[in-house]
Design a protein around this ligand. Structure first.
Ligand SMILES: [Mg+2]
Length: 377
């Protein structure tokens, strides 16, 4: 199964309405996808986390010439060799999104060649469907606090009406709005009042706080029966995570900005979070996701993967989710995103709070070449 070609595809689509989390406004959704082709014409798809610029050049100029001629069946060895090669070149700026996309594409190609899903190849398809929570509640581009709250609470109710019994919302107004942690907490209270006590609520701060503010907000979130407090502080501040996890009643979650089993291992060794959230497009692809989820399970920590990409990332996440020990949840991004909804011919949809895991070969989805061309820039 010799690899004969490695290509990148830069996709972008402007959004009708921009939205923000605590750190950035999003005016568009853009992605760098990777396609690997083997000598017999089998293809596999993967997706890089992060900007197109950088990911695309590294794949085309460094990875492609190195990968052509290698054997897809060596997927785990290639994962480790590629990580080592990029670490030598980029030191701590190791582009884990590239390793993730290549690893995902190789698993997809191997599954297609063997007629089996990636979850089957990983040897642990533990479930046919997964519980999903709706991710949304991003900040809108409006000036008034009341209007902001109304838009977000209306959206939360719509997710419940669509069948979800678990939701994730954002906090951390201060960077872009004239409001602070008190208004963050007030927003959570209003969403809790809007959806009622039976809905599971998660809150994501995207590193909005210092540790003292996170302590204060976290206590209020526990009072609102929030079930995890995601990325309260910046991902490099493991001392702060450890302190918050020890002191707060609300469970602390994190991991979308960490990569590979060794980095997650350092987090787990310190007991720095209650839940880990690796992303298949940035943590090192299915190879690393499996290792991370296994290490977390050994530490008694549930893995709830982070998912915020195209139909390729979503499909890869579902294959991984099928294998994760315990009771993992799918993060089902409900923000408007035509690239997520239209890129694959058999898009992933929810049936109430449940999403089925495809069991077709590879990732179980097919990229629509016409749509690919339409979104390519
Ligand atoms: Mg997050």
């Amino acid at each position: 199964m010799e690899i004969t070609r490695v290509e990148t595809f830069a996709l972008e689509r402007e959004l009708d309405e921009r939205f923000a989390n605590a750190q950035k406004w999003r005016d568009s959704r853009s992605y760098c996808l990777v396609r690997v082709t083997t000598a017999d014409g089998t293809t596999g798809w993967g997706e890089c986390w992060g900007p197109i610029a950088g990911n695309r050049e590294i794949v085309e100029e460094i990875v492609a010439p190195w990968l052509v001629g290698r054997d897809v069946r060596d997927v785990e060895r290639i994962h480790d060799d590629l990580r080592e090669k990029l670490r030598m070149g980029f030191h701590t700026c190791d582009p884990s999104g590239v390793v993730s996309a290549v690893d995902t594409a190789l698993w997809d190609a191997l599954g297609k060649a063997r007629g089996e899903s990636v979850a089957r190849l990983l040897g642990a398809r533990r479930r046919d469907d997964v519980r999903a929570y709706a991710t949304g509640g991003f900040f809108r581009d409006v000036d008034g606090f009341e209007e902001q709250c109304d838009l977000i609470t209306d959206e939360a109710r719509a997710h419940v009406d669509a069948g979800f019994d678990a939701l994730k919302m954002k906090v951390g107004f201060a960077r872009f709005f004239p409001w602070g942690p008190d208004e963050d907490v007030e927003l959570v209270r209003r969403v809790r009042d809007a959806v009622g006590d039976d809905v599971t609520l998660f809150v994501d701060a995207n590193w909005a706080y210092d540790v003292a503010t996170a302590e204060r907000v976290g206590r209020a979130l526990a009072d609102a029966d929030v079930r995890f407090f995601e990325e309260p502080v910046p991902p490099q501040q493991l001392d702060a995570y450890e302190r918050l996890t020890a002191s707060l009643d609300v469970p602390v979650a994190g991991g979308e900005c960490w990569a590979y089993a060794d980095e997650f291992g350092r987090v787990l060794d310190r007991g720095a979070v209650d839940y880990v959230q690796p992303d298949v497009t940035s943590a090192g692809g299915p190879t690393s996701m499996r290792r991370i989820a296994a290490a977390a399970a050994d530490a008694g920590v549930q893995t709830h993967p982070h998912v915020f990409g195209t139909g390729v990332a979503l499909a890869a996440s579902l294959q991984v989710l099928a294998t994760v020990p315990g009771t993992p949840l799918l993060e089902f991004d409900r923000t408007p995103n035509p690239i997520r909804d239209e890129l694959v011919t058999d898009p992933v949809t929810n049936d109430g709070d449940t999403v089925a895991v495809p069991d077709g070969p590879g990732l179980g989805v097919t990229v629509d070449e016409d749509v690919l061309a339409e979104f390519s820039r």
